[in-house]
Design a protein around this ligand. Structure first.
Ligand code: NAD
Length: 498
């Protein structure tokens, strides 16, 4: 596996990317520039695709699906392509991590870890391609046999956000490909580079032309047009709840395309007095600071048993004070830059609002000035009450709100007091409390005495307004299939007409 040493400098000039349709690269007629949020320096130039480009991409994906160049080959042959892609990613790991860090602002060491996780997604996807199967019914009587076929759903539109551009892409693409579907991807306009680099990887791995297509541009124009496209069979959208809602309207108003939605979260981390408080504090610091809190599964609501609340908050604040916020390209950095100017303003706005609402800052609450880029110190608010905006809204930044509880019932009620249901983390040594809370808190991913653990074998997705459907693993592949019931009669038919 390659490594990124010595760590590279910023590119001397912004790299110009094309977009990718039907196995061919196209130059953009109009381009937009992306500046590295950690440095404020232009690093990439990305095409602003038109609706004609989108239509061409959908036609390419449709042709590649209908002529069965991908769906019609064996699962083993699809798996071979996915495994080759995993090997190529191992070779290009540092290069892809570099572009991810540059455009997103995340620490390079973290980006490298995300490429490793993405490689695992391709390996698991390869296994899933071989294991995907239907069912049979041998219980319909001797003269009727039933088969349930799993078929790829067709052309998939994939819209991804800027917080984990490559990881979220790879938590979906191998599973979409494993199912036999073809796709058109629209990455976030601020982090398109690595989605385009994946096209190079898949081409070298031997993916047939037209199976993976990438168009770039703004969400409001080209993204919206993809959600409305009448020849797209399914849309997998990851991003904000507001845009998720507009995807539902677009599906209803176009062709009722199936939707997979991975949306926002306001995730609880529940700490009981009997927990290992040192471990829980380390996890809470990580859970809110990882990816600068710009993470759908960030644990942004600390729900802590009142008898240890003051002790735990002090322990946590001491740990958060030691977090290394710095240049994303520095290998020692733990927390990098805020990805967009707009998000920076949103986070600072919530920090001001929390104080105005009467909550107290135990640590952080300030920007970190490196002389370039935009950085915010991980922040802990204490004295938070459940009706405060900082306790209710998804801030999508390194801002943690602490709220005390007295009973198990109260902890469950506080954890469920949100429109979201994406993830939850729970800290206790009691098996009773662990099982009771895990069963009663409504969230799609649960971590007991751990946080953000697991791999692409396990499904991901949300309850309530956090989304529809599941991605990754066996469940993820099945989302991209539809089921056909086949009835086969044996022997002579009992005639209807005498
Ligand atoms: P966003 O919804 O603004 O954008 C996401 C993607 O949708 C981008 O590619 C964007 O260009 C596109 N888009 C924007 N407007 C669109 C429209 N009208 N029609 C179609 N596409 C459109 O979200 P973001 O700011 O990129 O990401 C942050 C949000 O994403 C947060 O709310 C976060 O919780 C959520 N998120 C969820 C998950 C998850 O797995 N549940 C993962 C990452 C991010």
């Amino acid at each position: 596996m390659d490594t990124l040493r010595p760590f590279p400098k910023l590119p001397a000039t912004p790299r110009e990317f094309g977009f990718y349709i039907d196995g061919a690269w196209h130059a953009g007629r109009e381009m937009f520039e992306r500046a590295s949020p950690g440095h404020g320096v232009a690093v990439s130039r990305i095409p602003r695709c038109t609706s004609d480009d989108l239509n061409a991409a959908v036609v390419a994906a449709r042709n590649a699906f209908e002529d069965r160049r991908w769906a019609g080959i064996s699962g083993a042959a699809r798996a071979a392509v996915l495994l080759r892609a995993a090997e190529i990613l191992k070779r290009r790991r540092s290069e892809i991590a570099y572009w991810e860090s540059l455009e997103n602002g995340k620490p390079i060491s973290q980006a490298m870890g995300e490429i490793d996780h993405s490689i695992a997604c391709f390996e698991i996807g390869a296994g899933a391609a071989r294991m995907l199967h239907g069912d049979s019914f041998n219980s319909l009587g001797d003269d009727l046999f039933g088969m349930v076929l799993r078929e790829p759903i067709g052309v998939v539109g994939l819209i991804t956000p800027w917080n984990f551009p490559f990881l979220i892409l790879c938590e979906r693409v191998p599973f979409i490909l494993a199912s036999g579907c073809t796709l058109v991807v629209k990455p976030s306009e601020v982090t398109s580079a690595t989605t385009l680099l994946l096209a190079e990887v898949l081409e070298e791995a031997g993916l047939p032309k037209g199976v993976y297509n990438v168009i770039t541009g703004s969400g409001r124009s080209i993204g919206q047009a993809l959600t409305e496209h009448p020849d797209v069979d399914m849309l997998s959208f990851t991003g904000s709840t507001a845009v998720g809602r507009s995807c539902v309207h677009a599906s209803a108003d176009s062709n009722f395309k199936k939707l997979g939605l991975e949306l926002g979260g306001k995730n609880p981390i529940i700490v009981f007095a009997d927990a290992d408080l040192e471990d829980a504090a380390d996890a809470a610091a990580f859970g809110i600071s990882f990816n600068t809190g710009q993470c759908c599964v960030s644990s942004s609501r600390l729900i802590v048993e009142r008898s240890v609340a003051a002790e735990f908050e002090a322990l946590l604040a001491a740990k958060m004070a030691k977090i290394r916020v710095g240049d994303p390209l520095d290998p020692d950095t733990q927390v990098g830059a805020i990805t967009t100017d707009a998000q920076n303003q949103v986070i600072l706005g919530y920090i001001a609002k929390g104080q105005a609402e009467g909550a107290k800052i135990a640590i952080g609450g300030t920007v970190k000035d490196l002389g370039h880029g935009q950085y915010i110190q991980p922040t802990l608010f204490t004295g938070v009450t459940p009706e405060m905006a900082i306790a209710r809204d998804e801030i999508f930044g390194p801002v943690l709100c602490s709220m005390p509880f007295d009973t198990v019932e109260e902890a469950i009620a506080l954890a469920n007091d949100t429109v979201y249901g994406l993830a939850a983390s729970l800290w206790t040594k009691s098996i009773d409390k662990a099982l009771t809370v895990t069963r009663r808190v409504r969230a799609g991913r649960f971590w007991v005495n751990c946080i953000m653990a697991g791999g692409p074998e396990m499904p991901l997705g949300g309850f309530k307004q956090s989304g529809w459907g599941r991605e990754a693993g066996k469940y993820g592949v099945e989302e991209y299939t539809q089921i056909k019931s086949v009835h086969i009669e044996t022997g002579k038919r009992n005639h209807w007409i005498a």
